[in-house]
Design a protein around this ligand. Sequence first.
Ligand code: IPM
Ligand code: MG
Length: 372
Amino acid sequence: MTFKIVLLPGDGVGPEVLAQAVKCLHAVEETFNQHFIFKEAPVGAIAIDKKGVPLPDATLQLCRESDAVLFGAIGDPKYDNNPDAKFRPEQGLLQLRKELGLFANIRPVISHPTLLDKSPLKKNIIDGTDFVIYRELTGGIYFGEKKLNPEGTKASDLCEYTEEEISRIAHLAFKAAKGRKKKLTLVDKANVLESSRLWRKVVTKIGESYPEVALDFLFVDNAAMQIILNPKQFDVILTENMFGDIISDEGSVIGGSIGLLASASIGEESALFEPIHGSYPQAKGKDIANPIASILSAAMLLEHLGLTEEAWAVKKAVDKSLKKGIVTPDLNENSQYGTNQVGDFIAHNIVDIEDDTLMNDENIDLGKSTII
Ligand code: IPM
Ligand code: MG
């Protein structure tokens, strides 16, 4: 089959890691008789530089016409410490999420057996962790009214949710829990926030239609503690936008590196796939950024397109790179492998998952092993 995929490399290490995911998608084409039509467009700081806005209309239009969007990373330090900047790169991503109606952000958190000692958390605590965060992505404090008084001395951000916004992601999360360990934890701050009380009410009601799923509730401060005290207790975590942003970075510590965590952002008509990490500007152009989060985002994209076997092959090839230690320096400070070599190794192993011969360490060093 043929699918239209829009590539949004964005800023910092975005283009480098995205290029590795694209190699893997080429490997999928080669192996599984699928065809991807790739179109690339600017977003973020690079779009501000080139087109004057973080999300040019043409980029948005391309995304609307696509079967899926693969996103790199966004952000540039030159905007971080300038509160007066007219545009910020991150607005591009937020606008894209809103315009494409990507209301559900899905972030799996698993511990890899080979990486247990990379996490600062104790092995026995994280071993066997397997949960997924369903983060609401187009509402809450991110999108509520923002105010700054004329003197610039008082500011506010409104956190608003409607029953409809809560209900559509809650259904997705319950359905996911039904197919997993049948537990759903709503993370909120219902002891303080009115919006959280609405979440509890709506989610409790929806829970009645999913009697096989055990529903429980945690205040976000307690959840932040439980995620590192006993992450194995979780199956599906459902939460609002800001809490989801915070606890998903926290969850990445379990996997051993934020460079491993992929995510899917799903709407009624569009879908976007991106690593949860930022643009890591310090690593830009150094060939050290971990491409695995981007490659696993491509695997989630394949799953979304119904290409389950293809997605499995990508995940298998990633596992193999982790097992064999073909990893970037964030996972092994003595590693001599760079972003490109890890990408080559994984792409090669999608084409021939059993073939170890071409991919010995010597070939990787010489850059001979690439299939692309
Ligand atoms: C994320 C990021 C974004 C967010 C930023 C880049 C706007 O941190 O996807 O988690 O806050 O949602
Ligand atoms: Mg974040």
